[in-house]
Write a protein that binds this ligand. Structure first.
Ligand code: CA
Length: 221
């Protein structure tokens, strides 16, 4: 799962993100509500793990905001506030679960698994400008034009579309899309980016695939 951990204590944030990454999750850490809001605006997440006492407010406020906007992103509140009223308030405000600090990492994992089981798979559609990707149907469209993609091309484009505007290095793309974690000195990423560019940006007035010379690639409207 792609998780956003909102925690202002660096020690706890580090402990959580290391543990969750070891479990195979992708983790972004934000230390404030403001940072969490911008992370949520730019990337897709499957789970929000949020502390209540943050420098710029109560983590529950962010959960309330999401719910009021119709956003059902699963949210797990992790906090030192352990009074029954606090926990009940958390659940009323839209948290899916509430975990009181200090907690055992195993318990966190169990609760994450429970949240994942309860939730139907969120709609898996990504949009960047007029590009639409549907993970279930494995289809890509640029405007009304269907773009036939191979599974590898689709995986690469999906990964780029999850973080529009962010530059991905070749090594990062190799790791995420091809599961290659060392540099085998291959130009497979460049070759595939070439395929994508031809398919996605063909005849387009505004190209979406961009190269940052010497760094990597990004998808941007
Ligand atoms: Ca805190």
């Amino acid at each position: 799962m792609r998780m956003l951990v909102v925690e202002d204590e660096p020690k706890i944030a580090g402990f959580l993100s290391r543990g969750l990454i070891e479990e195979g999750h992708q983790v972004t850490v934000a230390g404030t509500l403001a940072a969490a809001r911008s992370a949520l605006a730019t990337a897709g997440h499957d789970l929000l793990i949020i502390d209540r006492m943050l420098p710029d407010g109560d983590g529950l406020a962010l959960i309330r905001e999401l719910r009021e906007a119709g956003n059902g992103l699963p949210a797990l509140c992790v906090t030192a506030k352990d009074r029954v009223e606090d926990r009940v308030q958390g659940l009323w405000d839209g948290a899916d679960d509430y975990l009181v600090k200090p907690f055992a990492f195993e318990e966190l994992l169990a609760r994450i698994a429970a949240i994942a089981r309860r939730r139907p798979q969120a709609s898996r559609i990504l949009r960047v400008a007029d590009l639409t990707l549907d993970a279930e149907l494995r289809t890509a469209k640029r405007g009304e034009r269907e773009v036939p993609l191979t599974p590898q091309e689709f995986a690469l484009l999906w990964f780029l579309a999850e973080h529009p505007g962010r530059v991905h290095t070749r090594a990062e793309l190799l790791a995420h899309v091809w599961n290659v974690h060392h540099d085998p000195g291959t130009n497979v990423v460049d070759v595939y980016m070439g395929y994508l560019r031809r398919k996605i940006d063909r005849d387009a007035a505004h190209p979406l695939v961009h190269t940052v010379r010497g760094v990597g690639y990004l998808l941007r409207a």
